[in-house]
Design a protein around this ligand. Structure first.
Ligand code: HMG
Ligand code: MG
Length: 298
């Protein structure tokens, strides 16, 4: 059942940097995207079109999207929570937009300032406009195993959200463990709940590594046949509305795991480590990737 090939979306420029306190210049973000595509990433989540008051780090979305040197075959995605975000984003020609909902009511309120039902009402016209414009649509589902405000989340909540996403035409979805509390069997249950509404090919794993479980959870997802994953170079990140949550699993660590299992990714690990070193040096901190640290100390 374990796939022989995996597709990775690096979300470092968006999920990784959105919570960064120091302003990261647009040129550095553009430099990061360049290094990721040079390393062989074929999907990159570049930025978000959200309120600059809520997430100041993403306020330069237009500068970043218009500054990247696009490479054929690479899919550049951006977050758009509402029509205002979509209207700004479409001018910058993303290949895919991401609407983002939560399996937890409390998290939905904190993150996007509305209930789950209201969020779906806001997403519906965005999805419709994107599909009409030929732009692909992905749906991120936060808190699919645990929520910082509500605690454990039942798989039924995930199935409910996945069904709503499907109902408005979202083409594929991310099963996100936003705060990294998940363990393999819980993550498998969240994925199984999602599979009630989506094909395996349309489901990806998005695991934060707060509790050090992300790679184990990845293996658990692989066992179900999931072959799309999101990760963040150098393990950058955290969510502004999930206090204490650390970054996504580091892309370097994910690639090392996959290559070690004989699973193809199309990524050059050495170049990826260089991309991680570039952003870690800029931020003035050690990489959050265990693999990158090990390789750089070799
Ligand atoms: P709201 O306050 O409900 O929206 O925010 P509103 O329509 O009432 O507008 C309020 C103000 O925001 C107005 O400005 C709007 O113009 C502005 P004002 O008149 O006060 O100056 N506004 C916008 N500005 C720019 N772009 C927009 C936009 N929409 C409204 N698109 C909103 C709703 C969603 C915008 C707000 O709550 C927000 O920006 N939240 C931030 C959400 C966010 O970026 N969270 C982090 C990403 S999600 C994540 O990390 C999880 C994920 O990784 C998966 C996982 O790990 O779980 C994806
Ligand atoms: Mg995330």
């Amino acid at each position: 059942n374990i796939p022989t090939r995996v597709r990775i979306i690096d979300v470092g420029p968006r999920d990784g940097l959105q919570n960064e306190k120091q302003a990261v210049p647009s040129e550095v973000k553009i430099g990061l995207v360049q290094r990721l595509q040079d390393a062989g990433l074929r999907e990159i989540e570049v930025t978000s079109y959200v309120s600059p008051k809520w997430v100041p780090q993403m306020a330069d979305n237009h500068a970043v999207m218009s500054g990247i040197a696009r490479q054929a075959g690479v899919r550049y995605s951006v977050l758009t929570p509402n029509l205002k975000g979509w209207e700004a984003a479409v001018a910058d020609r993303p290949d895919e937009i991401v609407v983002f909902g939560a399996a937890s009511e409390a998290f939905s309120q904190k993150n996007i300032n509305c209930s789950i039902a209201e969020s779906i009402e806001r997403f519906a016209p965005v999805v419709e406009a994107a599909r009409a414009a030929g732009v692909a649509v992905r749906g991120a589902m936060s808190c699919t195993v645990g929520c910082p405000y509500e605690g454990e989340i039942a798989p039924e909540r995930v199935a409910y959200l996945a069904g709503l996403m499907k109902g408005i035409g979202v083409q594929r979805v991310d099963v996100a463990d936003t705060i990294g509390v998940g363990t393999p069997l819980k993550v498998q249950r969240a994925i199984a709940a999602t599979l009630q509404h989506y094909e395996l090919d349309a489901v990806s794993g998005h695991f934060h590594d707060t509790y050090g479980q992300a790679l184990s959870n990845t293996l658990a997802a692989l066992e179900l046949g999931v072959w799309n994953f999101q990760s963040s170079v150098a393990g950058l990140g955290g969510c502004p509305y999930a206090k204490g949550a650390t970054g996504n699993v580091a892309t370097e660590d994910l690639v090392y795991l996959l290559h070690g299992m004989g699973i193809e990714t199309g990524i050059d690990l050495d170049k990826l480590v260089d991309a991680g070193a570039y952003i870690s040096d800029f931020l003035g901190r050690k990489s959050g990737s265990r693999v990158a640290v090990a390789l750089l100390n070799k």
